[in-house]
Design a protein around this ligand. Structure first.
Ligand code: BTN
Length: 261
């Protein structure tokens, strides 16, 4: 058996107790983008793709970030897309995004803990270590499926210039390389537990954990960029659907579904 098939099988075996995630693992050493591969699977395969299928790559040659930006994806990083097709009420879809942030933050914290550095979530799901970005999430709707793409800078030694938020990696923060497959198994196991909460409509768990891990706290003044405009606002919190509630300069409250702060 070749190295990649062995990895697929060993990750799949370790995830056999999960409720939803890991029924199928597709592992690449190098690929354009796991998001594109997920799309190709859904649009180009006749048989149904099992829920919880995960496409994993060690390197991406055309990694994509939010708003069509570039995602730096050199070898020995963690790049994956998880496919879900269960019905999620439209107004609860924001929770899928918060959930991705909670799970990424929790697992990354285990690695950074010893350094004493601060790890937190910036709305909706960027993970920052001392204000540097270590992980990002991109969610796309593909027909009846959601593709949840997560990029974790695990072993990256250096980054090119010109990022909107300065990037970092687990290696740069701790001085140690990690075993990516070990991280992936931990990550997917915890993700499965939160996804089970979402399916069982236990939304409170997701919101409570997100609130405890975020730096996007009520009262904070920020610049909010939405696809339409950029404004100074004050954070007022998140609502029961995971959308951001802000107050504008005239004191009006607004609910933000998608944007960046
Ligand atoms: C962001 O802009 O913060 C989101 C970054 C998402 C990157 C991941 S890496 C795995 C998946 N494949 C991609 O091409 N992008 C996402």
């Amino acid at each position: 058996m070749n190295r990649l098939k062995e990895k697929e099988e060993s990750i799949q075996d370790t995830l056999n107790r999960c409720n939803y995630i890991g029924s199928k693992i597709i592992y690449y050493d190098s690929i354009g983008s796991t998001m594109e591969e997920a799309r190709r699977l859904i649009e180009g395969t006749k048989e149904a793709i099992p829920e919880g299928t995960v496409v994993i790559a060690e390197e991406q040659t055309a990694g994509r970030g939010r708003y069509g930006r570039y995602w730096h994806s050199p070898p020995d990083g963690i790049y994956l897309s998880i496919l879900f097709y269960r019905e999620i009420e439209p107004q609860k879809q924001g929770l899928l995004s918060l959930m991705a942030g909670v799970v990424s933050c929790k697992v990354i914290m285990r690695y950074i803990k010893k350094t004493g550095k601060n790890v937190n979530i910036k709305w909706p799901n960027d993970i920052l270590v001392e204000d540097k970005k270590i992980c990002g999430t991109l969610i796309e709707k593909l027909g009846n499926y959601y593709s949840v793409g997560i990029g974790i800078n695990s072993n990256t030694e250096e980054f090119p210039q010109n990022f909107i938020i300065e990037p970092t990696s687990i290696y740069l923060e701790t001085g140690r390389k990690i075993l990516n497959d070990f991280f992936i198994v931990k990550f997917l196991t915890i993700f499965d537990s939160y996804y089970s909460s979402l399916v069982e409509r236990d939304y409170k768990r997701i919101i409570k954990d997100w609130k405890s891990l975020t730096s996007t706290k009520p009262g904070k003044k920020v610049k909010l960029r939405t696809p339409k405009e950029e404004n100074d606002v004050i954070i007022r919190g998140i609502d029961e659907n995971g959308f951001l509630v802000v107050e504008d300069t005239e004191g009006n409250l607004e609910t933000i579904v998608s944007g960046e702060i």
